[in-house]
Structures are given as structure tokens and as C-alpha cells.
Write a protein that binds this ligand. Structure first.
Ligand code: NAD
Ligand code: MG
Length: 377
């Protein structure tokens, strides 16, 4: 029986995980749930799981919450280090997920990592925490889960190239002129995945794919010049691994996060999942692949450049994007201004140092401030 703490239990990945865990109650026990502000759903989840630790990050007085609940952002690291939590599913959105990841790894836990911002902001520090604390990261993101399933325990050895698939998002076949007119509703209409609002916008700008490329070397030890992206509109092939002998493996399945969540909990085992629909290649066909339109999705190009630059550039890229997406979701900037905001933050702050955690936090804060000052009024 493994104890599982779910950080961000009220979100898209968190609720998916609770569905998966409910079907596998013979193996996993939910020992902690945390959410940002949705106290009503958190109370329903507490009743359903009987989780002994409940944390609500928002400190507002809008809801009267039970005395036994923990309040404030510290509840994330508390949940991440509970003695009876073997696996921490980090499904928080944004850089707020970094501290609980570090705390869990330092405490020797398995982190089932959906929170991609963790590795983007501080990939090197996270790796060091895993080594010194004895914890491990198992990715939940479908592309990295696919790569892990293809590579198995072989790590980076024998790998020539990773090819991450991208759905292309809602604007995959829009002209550049049409993308310039894109509205918030257009950006929130993802063709293949149902996800939280921030990652849905990231999928429209293709920032999401940049974040995934930035993460990959930290997870698999494969350098950036051996990572490619291919657009695959059906989201059936979740990524490819090409080996040095020319063999290529891919992991294939219907677009649902239930499998990657279950795999991150069970890895390297596989658990019988009777509710998984059988894969029908005929029904899934045709499978098509296209080159990515880097010139028409400038935020992706900026993210890839930040990855190669290293130091604090990925943290600046991430923070500028988080601030810009919040402004976009608030209807205060246009879609194309997200890339413009990221570019102006990287122009000013892209050369900041980034080896220490404090330096990364300074870069993160400066990027958010710059975007809010230049674009938020
Ligand atoms: P979401 O917005 O649906 O849910 C986010 C969760 O985090 C909620 O429970 C919310 O209460 C909590 N949260 C938000 N801000 C917080 C803060 N500052 N501190 C603590 N908790 C906070 O997001 P999601 O779609 O579930 O995505 C979660 C993470 O997983 C993101 O990093 C995303 O990129 C990644 N991811 C999501 C999917 C997907 O299918 N949704 C796929 C791959 C990766
Ligand atoms: Mg993904």
C-alpha cells in the first residue's frame, strides 16, 4: 500500500488522478490533498478519500474551512514531506510547484511530476535534490511518460534523438494574419486535450512544447541538440525515441492523462487497468505528421533559445509567460502579445545568472514585474 499526496487535487490532473486512484484503492491510499482556492471541491474530495491531511493555499476568509485543514502556501511542502506519503503527485500549475518538489526529493520521495514549471525554472537544482535526498522524479506529462516508457531503465545510453510530438494546438493551420486576431475563446479551444486554462493557452502559443523540451535533458540526460519536435494533430503517438542503431520506438494511445498518471505511480511496474479502452489502430487512423511552424509561433522559438542559453533564461521565459498568460486570460492583452512580453523579458533579463536558487527567484520575480509593468496597464 503506497501513500499518495496530491498537490493541486482540484485541477485537471488532480481530478484525473483521483479517478485513477479510486480504481486502484487496493494499492494506493490518498494521504494528502491540497488546492489553491476551491474549498468546496476540496471538501468533497476530502469526504470521498478520507485523506488525513488537507491543505488550502489561499488564506482569504471567503470560505469557512474546517479547523483541521492547513492554510497558506506552507501546506504544499508539509504535504510533500509527510511520513506516510511515498509518492507526491505534483499537479500544481506554475512555479509555485518548485518548493514542494525540492522538499519531496530532499525527503527521499518519488515525485510524480505533472508540474512542468518545476524543471524549467530550476532543473539543475531539482536534479541535485534528487541525488542528495535519494528521491526520484517520474514524469506525468504524456510526452515524457512516452519517452520513459520507450527508454525504460536504459536512461540516456544508446539514445540518438528524442522526438517530442505536439498537437499543434488550435492555431496549427491558421495563417499568421488570422492568429493575430485570435481571441481568448479561440485559444481555449484545444483540439485534442481537455486541460487547465494556463496549459491550454500554452498549447496554443506552443510555449508548452518549449517547456517540455527544456525539461527533457533534466529527465533523460539527452542534450538539446538531440531533441526535435514534430506536429502530430491526432495526439495518438505521444513521442518517439530514436536509438543509435537507427531503431525508433514510440508510445501510442488515445489522448487521456489517466495512463501517464497511473504509469507515474506504478513505474516501472504496469498495473492492470480494466477500464482502459482497447486501442484500435484502424479507428485511430490516419496518423499524420508535419513540421512545426517556428516562424509563426515565436514563443516556441524564444523558449528553445532560452533552453540553449541556460542559466536563468528558462526561468525568465517561464515567469514572463506565466505573467503574460494571466494578463491574456484577464482579457488585458492580445494573444500575440504573449510572445512579445516573453521577448521583452528575455531581452532585458535573459543573461541573468541562474545557478543558485535565490538568483533564479530574483530572475523569476523581475520577469513577472517587467511583464506586468510593460504590458499590464
Ligand atoms: P489546473 O489549473 O487545472 O489545476 C491546477 C491545480 O493547482 C489546482 O488544484 C489549483 O488549485 C492548484 N494551484 C493553482 N495555483 C496554485 C498555487 N499558486 N499554489 C498551490 N496550488 C495552486 O492545471 P492542470 O491542467 O491540472 O495542470 C497542472 C500542471 O500539470 C501544470 O504544470 C501543467 O502544465 C501540467 N500538465 C497538465 C496536463 C493536463 O492534461 N492538464 C498535461 C501535462 C502537464
Ligand atoms: Mg505534454
Amino acid at each position: 500500500m503506497k501513500g499518495v499526496a496530491i498537490l493541486g487535487s482540484t485541477g485537471s490532473i488532480g481530478t484525473t488522478a483521483l479517478r485513477v486512484l479510486a480504481r486502484h484503492a487496493d494499492r494506493f491510499r490518498v494521504v494528502a490533498l491540497t488546492a489553491h482556492g476551491n474549498a468546496d471541491l476540496l471538501a468533497v474530495q476530502e469526504a470521498a478519500t478520507q485523506a488525513p491531511f488537507i491543505g488550502l493555499v489561499a488564506n482569504g476568509s471567503a470560505h469557512s474551512v474546517p479547523e483541521r485543514w492547513r492554510r497558506g502556501s506552507e501546506c504544499l511542502t508539509e504535504a510533500a514531506t509527510l511520513a506516510d506519503a511515498d509518492i507526491i503527485l505534483n499537479a500544481v500549475v506554475g512555479a509555485a510547484g518548485l518548493d514542494p518538489t525540492l522538499a519531496a526529493l530532499n525527503a527521499g520521495k518519488r515525485v510524480a511530476l505533472a508540474n512542468k514549471e518545476t524543471l524549467v525554472v530550476a532543473g539543475e537544482l531539482v536534479r541535485q535534490a534528487a541525488v542528495s535526498g535519494g528521491g526520484e522524479i517520474v514524469p506525468v506529462d504524456s510526452e515524457h511518460s512516452a519517452i520513459l516508457q520507450c527508454i525504460g531503465s536504459r536512461s540516456g545510453a544508446g539514445v540518438r534523438r528524442l522526438v517530442l510530438t505536439a498537437s499543434g494546438g488550435p492555431f496549427r493551420d491558421w495563417s499568421r494574419e488570422r492568429i493575430e486576431q485570435a481571441t481568448r475563446d479561440d485559444a481555449l479551444r484545444h483540439p485534442t486535450w481537455s486541460m487547465g486554462r494556463k496549459i491550454t493557452v500554452d498549447s496554443a502559443t506552443l510555449v508548452n512544447k518549449a517547456l517540455e523540451v527544456i525539461e527533457a535533458p533534466h529527465l533523460f540526460g539527452v542534450p538539446y541538440d538531440q531533441i526535435d519536435i514534430v506536429v502530430h494533430p491526432q495526439s495518438i503517438v505521444h513521442s518517439f525515441v530514436e536509438f543509435v542503431d537507427g531503431s525508433v520506438l514510440a508510445q501510442v494511445g488515445l489522448p487521456s492523462m489517466e495512463l501517464p498518471v497511473l504509469y507515474a505511480l506504478a513505474h516501472p511496474e504496469r498495473i492492470n487497468e480494466s477500464s482502459a479502452a482497447p486501442f484500435d489502430p484502424v479507428a485511430a487512423s490516419p496518423l499524420t505528421f508535419e513540421s512545426v511552424r517556428l516562424d509563426d509561433f515565436p514563443a516556441l522559438r524564444l523558449g528553445l533559445a532560452a533552453a540553449r542559453h541556460g542559466e536563468a533564461a528558462p526561468a525568465v521565459f517561464n515567469a514572463a509567460n506565466e505573467a503574460a498568460v494571466a494578463l491574456f486570460l484577464d482579457a488585458r492583452i492580445r494573444f500575440v502579445e504573449i510572445a512579445a512580453a516573453i521577448e521583452s523579458a528575455l531581452d532585458v533579463l535573459g543573461d541573468l545568472p541562474g545557478t543558485e536558487k535565490n538568483a533564479l527567484l530574483v530572475a523569476d520575480r523581475a520577469a513577472r514585474q517587467l511583464v506586468n509593468e510593460r504590458f499590464g496597464c
